[in-house]
Design a protein around this ligand. Structure first.
Ligand SMILES: *Cc1c(COP(=O)(O)O)cnc(C)c1O
Length: 388
């Protein structure tokens, strides 16, 4: 390793967006184009007229030689309006632009939150595995320790007692500590890869956490289940909600996410981010999809129907154990054989033309178009027969 590099980087690997699946460009096999059901994106590109409109706006309203609006004024206003509308918050209960920070994907906001809370040995984070891998990855790149607590193998609910003791132990001054106290609890609602939404018991526990612990609720899949905690932010200054345009809004290519929280936390996020973190075109893209949200989100009931059909079909494979899903993906495990069988299943599916994600001791399958799902089910049938 180059001698000027931080020594702990030797233990980290660069993030592979499509593990085993290339760089994300359409992968060719003898079977043709691969069905990419491994990243939970929408299978639908933007409608052609919207793309044309974006092209027109790029040509006529963006000055390429000028820096973007570094304060994201218009976008924050539009996001606040959407958040309030979708959570039926109005008047004093509503969210304002002061409570919103916009990032280059919600990944950037996760990193900013970690920088603003834990950096420099001030804290560690708690994650509930299996969960979104980015929390752990970003924490490691910042030298922030990660405490991991298991979920129930049956329901994937967080083990609340274990989580409570992990926090208490991390704060126990009488013990020799090798890590700093837990400052952030990371929860996904509904969780990826397991598809379960937070239960009332989990929410009650999260509400009970002391105000020196930040509760991060990642609602990347909000549009698929409409369950949100934004209505509670008013009373909980130590909570932050993360959302993204990468999933239901079909805008993964432009990298836009947002955080909703107490203005004090938002001010801290604004301090630690890069000045021009979001390109003009991305801001324009996000504004445009928000403006056309009704039309774009009309694809959701269709995707949920597809999800339920996939769930029914998968339930017909006796070697699989399937869990319900509150999002646009399905999680399953094999009843025998574990990770070795899963790895083989993943590889054979890829060779047949379907990219799926092998993660957290199972497979996460994104709901695609009708055709993608049908092809993938047929391939799965073949592959499972091979494995028998
Ligand atoms: C996809 C996803 C995100 C989105 O990240 P972006 O950086 O906005 O694309 C965030 N959190 C979870 C849990 C996700 O699955």
């Amino acid at each position: 390793m180059l001698p000027f590099l931080r020594s702990d980087l030797a233990y980290l690997n660069a993030y592979t967006p499509h593990p085993g699946g290339g760089d994300g460009s359409p992968v060719q096999t003898h079977a043709g184009v691969i069905d990419r059901l491994d990243s939970n994106e929408s299978p639908f590109d933007l409608p052609a007229d919207l793309k044309e409109k974006l092209g027109w706006q790029f040509q006529h309203t963006i000055e390429s030689n000028r820096y973007p609006d570094g304060s994201h004024v218009a976008l924050k206003e539009a996001i606040a309006q959407y958040v309030n509308e979708s959570a039926q918050l109005d008047g004093a209960a509503g969210i304002t632009a002061e409570q919103i920070s916009v990032g280059n994907g919600s990944d950037e906001l996760i990193r900013s939150l970690l920088i603003a809370t834990c950096l420099g040995g001030e804290g560690s984070i708690l994650v509930a595995t299996p969960t979104f891998s980015m929390y752990g990855i970003l924490a490691q790149t910042l030298g922030i320790p990660v405490v991991s607590v298991d979920r129930s193998e049956e329901t994937f609910e967080l083990d609340l007692e274990a989580a409570q003791s992990a926090i208490a132990d991390s704060e126990d001054a009488s013990q020799e500590q090798d890590i700093p106290p837990i400052r952030v609890v990371c929860m996904v609602h509904p969780n990826s890869p397991t598809g379960n939404a937070l239960t009332e018991a989990e929410l009650t526990w999260l509400r009970s956490l002391p105000d020196h612990v930040l509760v991060m609720i990642d609602e990347a899949y909000f549009e698929f289940n409409q369950a949100t905690v934004v209505g509670e932010l008013h009373d909980l200054p130590n909570w932050v909600v993360l959302r993204t345009f990468s999933k239901a809004f079909r805008l993964a290519s432009l990298r836009v996410g947002y955080a909703i929280a107490h203005p004090g936390l938002i001010a801290a996020l604004e301090k630690v981010r890069l000045p021009y973190n979001l390109p003009s075109f991305s801001q324009m893209g996000a504004l445009t999809v928000l403006h056309h949200r009704q039309e774009l989100l009309e694809s959701i009931p269709q995707l949920l129907e597809e999800r339920d059909r996939l769930l029914d079909a998968l339930a017909g494979f006796p070697e699989l154990r399937i869990w319900p899903s509150a999002a646009n993906f399905i999680y399953f495990r094999v009843r025998s054989g574990g990770d070795e069988v899963l790895e083989s299943l993943f590889r054979q599916m890829k060779a047949q033309g379907s990219l799926i994600r092998h993660t957290g001791g199972g497979i996460r399958l994104t709901v695609g178009t009708l055709e993608e799902n049908q092809r993938t089910l047929a391939r799965l049938e073949t592959v499972l027969a091979n494995l028998r």
